[in-house]
Design a protein around this ligand. Structure first.
Ligand code: CUA
Length: 172
């Protein structure tokens, strides 16, 4: 088979390396695509804005409305505020094997949220509402960590996520 690169490059060694880099790029692309599908990883898709300095005056992110709520269809909604240096409320319980939608807003600077060993991770950009929907297949205690440097207390910015058996609750 004639080398299609022959028309743009005469040196066989150079063509060989062009092929190697092309193959590597394809392998990396396929790997990324595979894990995006297999692990259900995707960029945040909703763009919703909010005034970070007036969260307490908003309906959704007012202190009394934070935490875990169960929707009529059985799915769960978790509303959290990220602020230096913690997530509020600091401990949440969600049921296992249930669709959980996190809605987060920052009260100050850029934060991130990450639950190790799950696909729950997103940035929390001031001025925007971050939304992630996921399902936790295993019960247990997880840490909800901040993974964007947000100041001197960044290291200690974490809270507790407890995944409980379905019958035991998840309601607030
Ligand atoms: Cu919040 Cu780092």
């Amino acid at each position: 088979m004639a080398d299609p690169l022959k028309s743009i490059c005469d040196d066989p060694l150079e063509r060989k390396w062009v092929w190697i880099s092309l193959v590597l790029a394809v392998v990396m692309g396929v790997t990324l695509g595979y894990y995006a599908v297999a692990s259900n990883l995707h960029p945040p898709s909703n763009v919703e804005t909010i005034d970070s300095s007036r969260l307490h005056l908003s309906e959704e992110f007012a202190e009394d409305n934070l935490g875990v709520k169960t929707n009529p269809d059985g799915s769960v909604r978790v509303t959290l505020v990220a602020a230096r240096y913690g997530f509020y409320p600091p401990r949440i319980e969600v049921p296992v094997d249930t669709k959980v939608t996190f809605r987060l807003a920052s009260a100050d600077v850029l934060h991130g949220v990450h639950v190790p060993n799950t696909n729950m991770t997103t940035m929390v950009v001031p001025g925007y509402i971050s939304e992630v929907t996921t399902t936790f297949p295993r019960t247990g205690e997880y840490s909800l960590l901040c993974n964007e440097y947000c100041g001197l207390g960044h290291d200690s910015m974490w809270s507790r996520l407890v995944v409980v058996p379905k019958t035991a609750g998840g309601q607030s």
